[in-house]
Design a protein around this ligand. Structure first.
Ligand code: TYD
Length: 209
């Protein structure tokens, strides 16, 4: 029953929480799954995550290439093998994040990013993507209230125009991929969102078996 789900969205929309709840819900239903995150989830990719965190002043293209290197390792070493074993793979962010952040936000050519995405993913696309959408004010508030210095740094270093471009970019990606991406209103109650994500995932999984 191999199936590939990505959870995307702007920082502070609750995607990591929802990705973990979905994993737990699938466990409870005895559906074999793994949860990974981008950048990360291989020892090399976690090192790239650290490098990206510690070097906020690098060029956008450098950033993009690091995200792509991390993605290539993750897809080759973890995502494809687990899909081949028939598992459901859930990823907290995937290639849409590069288009939204480095493309719409950072101003790099979208076609270039799509080409690199195709290389780093071996043209693998999620079967289903949840885009958690929340207004900018609420998502920033949630991020700050986590009281996490790393997050606050990240937000302070980028201006509000960047944040708006990324958020609008995700909505543009949704428009161009509405066969695969489902927008979720992230202002709803956490349990309501997780129930909806589980229900929609099971429907799609069952459609493909
Ligand atoms: P995230 O896992 O959401 O960070 P955290 O758990 O600390 O909230 O993602 C890390 C950051 O990397 C986030 O700001 C989005 C960014 N990012 C990109 O800019 N491009 C990408 O391709 C990916 C995968 C992430």
């Amino acid at each position: 029953m191999s199936f590939f789900i990505s959870i995307e969205g702007f920082d502070g929309t609750g995607k990591s929480t929802q990705a973990s709840i979905l994993k737990k819900n699938l466990d409870d239903l005895k559906i074999d799954s793994i949860l990974v995150r981008e950048p990360g989830s291989t020892s090399f990719s976690e090192k790239i995550r650290e490098i990206l965190k510690d070097n906020t002043e690098i060029e956008t293209l450098t950033e993009l290439l690091l995200f792509q290197a991390s993605r290539f390792e993750l897809v080759k070493k973890v995502i494809i093998p687990n899909l081949e074993m028939g598992k459901v793979v859930i990823t907290d962010r995937f290639s849409d994040s590069s288009v939204a952040y480095q493309g719409y936000g950072g101003g790099l050519d979208i076609k270039l990013i799509e080409t690199l995405n195709n290389i780093s993913t071996s043209s693998l696309k999620p079967d289903l993507t949840f885009l958690l959408d929340l207004n900018l004010e609420s998502s920033m508030k949630r991020t700050f209230s986590r009281n996490n210095d790393e997050q606050i740094d990240k937000f302070e270093k980028k201006d509000s125009i960047f944040h708006k471009k990324v958020k609008d970019g995700f909505l543009e990606i949704l428009k161009n991929n509405n066969d695969r991406i489902i927008k979720i209103d992230a202002s709803k109650d956490i349990n309501e969102i997780s129930y909806l994500i589980l229900k929609l995932s099971l429907e799609k999984i069952n459609e493909t078996v």
